[in-house]
Ligand binder design. Structure first.
Ligand code: TYD
Ligand code: MG
Length: 478
């Protein structure tokens, strides 16, 4: 190989250097230079000569909808935008042990009936894969298994007329291109391997699903180098201590992003959950101070989740703020608004916030639900068990409308919730759902529902009935 043409790329700033050194000259970071195959050089100074003329066409015209390969695993198909597109490349990222291999073996097996599918593993031996297939109950699916890591070998095997139509590569970090000297798992190898496989997938028209392990700081090893190369990026996430796994689309050239698929881990593999709201609320007890049900949207799907807050007197000089499943900056903002606009004193209290079930919420629409949980915990007045809350909070304390209020309310009604605290409707006269909908214009209105101003003056249990019917149960006051 022409070694002298290799280049060294800083993984931190992207600077290119002709030779390796321990420290990047451009950004000063240590140990960030990694060897890469040289890019095909672009001829310079063409000055308009040579080259083939390309044809420009108009925007109108009937586009062919991309044909799809449906797996039948509905949660997976929806996240992909309605099935796998032939010739597309998908990256499935996730922490080690979260269930990527399990999911993709199930996908490969599900597709095997309608398409030739193959599963190439660089991590497990064929026997291990067979064992897993047996456990998943898919041992009789005609999936071609192989344990291999050399991209040259893999490409040679896939590059055939009767080659597979769906290929799983588990994981891209174990693959290597033998023309590069760097070790498998380095950015250069990961990038070169993926490039090779993607190019072949486009040419041959097979769908390639690549597993990418995510490192502790949440990045796919090789600082997200693959995200721009693939058509679809899915993240498989979940809390190790929970049974739920969530497949989330963060990029999709063939469908909507922010779609999620919900699965439950079982002995027999991942089981899809068609109605996640029911699942996320399943462990919910009666109305307890500090919990609220948030009517959220995940992509096109409404989803109800419980938000739990605990406000407790702090023994520390700097009180603790711990958040699971939500943005801590956003919590700080909601706390600040409650203090500055409603006169609550929370500065001396530890605040813990938890989204039940291991879901991560990114929507600002959760603000009002978080505020309700916080105020409820601070006052020990429970939010009525049959109500849902949603709405975005602005810095002046105003509650802002959020998208798809109707879909959220419909889902809440479906699950038996009869009351809702919502932002004021954008439309004049309100959206008119049921009698239990109450529009909140300012967080102060929310706080008033719990009985008064300031923690000391919050009577136990009082005020909850102002939200509607009297409460059946009251939280035990500590
Ligand atoms: P695995 O699919 O190997 O994770 P990854 O490929 O992301 O590293 O799954 C990790 C372990 O969890 C494995 O020992 C099998 C087990 N597991 C189940 O028992 N049931 C399940 O539904 C899943 C997803 C995993
Ligand atoms: Mg694995």
């Amino acid at each position: 190989m022409p070694r002298e043409r290799s280049q060294y790329v800083c993984q931190s700033c992207g600077a290119v250097s002709p030779k390796w050194s321990g420290r990047c000259d451009a950004c000063g970071e240590w140990n960030t230079l990694v060897e890469e195959a040289p890019r095909e050089s672009v001829p310079r100074g063409l000055s308009g000569k040579g080259g083939r003329k390309i044809q420009f066409v108009g925007l109108e015209g009937a586009p062919q909808p991309a044909p799809r390969r449906i797996t039948g695993i509905a949660e997976f198909d929806r996240v992909c935008g309605g099935g796998l597109v032939p010739g597309s490349a998908l990256l499935i990222g996730g922490e080690p042990g979260i269930g990527k291999s399990t999911l993709l073996l199930q996908v490969a097996a599900a597709l095997a009936g309608s398409a030739r599918s193959a599963y190439v593993s660089g991590e497990e031996a064929v026997d291990q894969l067979r064992l897993r297939a047996e456990r998943l109950g898919v041992a009789d699916a005609p999936v071609g298994l192989a344990a291999a890591t050399s991209v040259r070998d893999i490409a040679a095997s896939l590059d055939a007329a009767a080659g597979p139509e769906v290929v799983v590569v588990d994981s891209i970090q174990t693959m290597f291109v033998d023309s590069l000297e760097s070790a498998p798992g380095t950015v250069a190898q990961v990038r070169a391997s993926a490039q090779e496989l993607i190019r072949l997938a486009k040419r041959r028209g097979f769908s390639v699903l690549m597993v990418g392990h995510v490192t502790k700081d949440g990045q796919i090893a090789g600082p997200r180098v693959l995200e721009h190369m693939v058509d679809t990026v899915l993240y498989f996430e979940g809390d190790r201590s929970h049974q739920f796994r969530i497949l989330r689309a963060v990029k999709n050239r063939y469908g909507a992003t922010d779609e999620i698929g919900v699965f439950e881990m079982s002995d027999a593999g991942l089981v899809e959950i068609a109605n996640p709201s029911a699942l996320f609320l399943a462990e919910r007890a009666e109305a307890v101070a500090g919990t609220t049900v948030f009517a959220g949207m995940e992509g096109s799907r409404p989803m109800l989740v419980e938000i739990q807050a605990l406000v407790a007197p702090s023994a520390l000089g700097t009180p603790r703020r711990a958040v699971v499943g939500w943005d801590s900056g956003r919590l700080a903002m909601v706390l600040a608004v409650l203090e500055a606009r409603c006169g609550l004193t929370l500065a001396g209290a530890d605040v813990y916030l938890n989204v039940a079930g291991g879901l991560r919420i990114a929507e600002p629409a959760a603000d009002l639900a978080v505020a309700a949980a916080l105020v409820s915990s601070a006052t020990q007045v429970p939010v009525p068990a049959d109500s849902v809350v949603f709405g975005e909070i602005g810095l002046s304390g105003e509650v802002r409308p959020v998208a798809q209020a109707d879909a959220r309310l419909k889902e809440a009604a479906k699950l038996g919730f009869t009351r809702a605290l919502t932002p004021p409707s954008r439309r004049r006269g309100g959206s008119g759902e049921g009698t239990g909908v109450r529009a909140v214009r300012h967080v102060q209105e929310l706080v008033d529902l719990f009985g008064g101003k300031g923690r000391e003056s919050w009577p136990n249990g009082a005020g909850a009935d102002r939200m509607g019917r009297p409460l059946k149960r009251r939280a035990r006051h500590g």
